[in-house]
Design a protein around this ligand. Sequence first.
Ligand code: FCB
Length: 448
Amino acid sequence: MSRPEPFPADFVFGAASSAYQIEGSPLADGAGPSIWHEFVRRPGVIDDGSSGDVACDHYHRYGDDIGIMRQLGLPAYRFSVSWSRIFPDGTGRINGPGLDFYRRLIDGLRQAGIEPYLTLYHWDLPAALDRRGGWFARDSAGWFADYAHTLFRALGDSVSHWMTLNEPWVVNDGGYLFGVHAPGRQSLQEPPRVAHNLLRAHALAVQAFRADGNGRIGLVVNLEPKYRESDSDADRIATDRAHAYMNRQYLDPVLLGHYPDELADIFAPHWPEFSSEDMKLLQEPFDFLGVNYYTRSVNRADPSHVIGAVPVRQSGAEYTEMGWEVYPQGLTETLLWIKRRYGDIPLYITENGAALADPAPVAGHIQDDHRIAYYRSHLRAVLDAMAQGANVKGYFAWSLLDNFEWSCGYTKRFGLVHVDYATQKRTPKASAEFYRKVIASRGAVLFS
Ligand code: FCB
């Protein structure tokens, strides 16, 4: 195959983060608690017993962090807004100082020439709304649309790229089915309605945006190609179910107008009939799809598992500290699969990166060659997909900073920039310098 062209001039490079993972000071300036603020206080749920109480202290150090982004030459930055900073009770009263924090952040980004990409929901539901049923409550879609509408009005003059939900699959799988994430529910009955309410929330927010917003709005999903361990019928059926559950559950309804049949099977007898009005609402057109890509999985049938499939480790393959296989060609396949199945919707890679054991600093220098290799291979995989017709508009590295990795606490480091949590000192790793060169050369350095 001939060498693909490096990235086009209008391709957007950035780095991504989320509020609870980096900000710290979760109750500052009148904010209400989120479900993560409460969840981390349960004994045993976070590997190192930590919380996001301080995290990277970005709430106070955002100015320095913008300075780091500028040094890296980042054209764009994806971050999320913490809903309970804006609405401490989830609905009703607006907390001005919470909004002011994001105004300061966005103004700082703009002054540095960095384009803000704003995610409305990255998992930190106001705890007050969980007490009203959380995403299982049908009203949750309206609560979210009101919150979104408030931000469109308050920040719409300075933000032109918006994302509704980050990874609804993880919200539901971690939060409502297995309970390893906030709010820690373990239910077979709730997930079908949670999925549906999340997508109704997304669609109502897009409608509010059309009425009262500027720019472009999209949905962010995590996708993971599903392979089968063998060609047995059992492995084939199990792998199809895993694929329907993870990759199609949130895309088929919004882009094709129906849920995958496999879900009724998986969740029997709890899968409801949804009204045709609802199904029509879910198809509200949006402007782009954000794809978070980390790995693939190879599946084996296992009837004792809810979904009926379990992932199997591949001998000889490389795995990150998360136990995720390094599989760059899966990103190419995923991007092309979206185009084949759903059409030519503009795509952004909204997250991609790796938690790896970084070498110790030598004279303040962290030579994380394995992370450089990960970025190199995955950025090349994006180029491969584009050369084959995928409509990819941008790429965001996960993550700018080492941060609070949910149930793993601070035990996993995804950052381009190392954070010493005792001192809050930031040290760009060698991968940050590599990414700076990728951006500056529009990808040419990937081939040198
Ligand atoms: C994604 C999340 C993000 C981060 C990465 C590693 O699922 O969106 O917050 O935890 O995984």
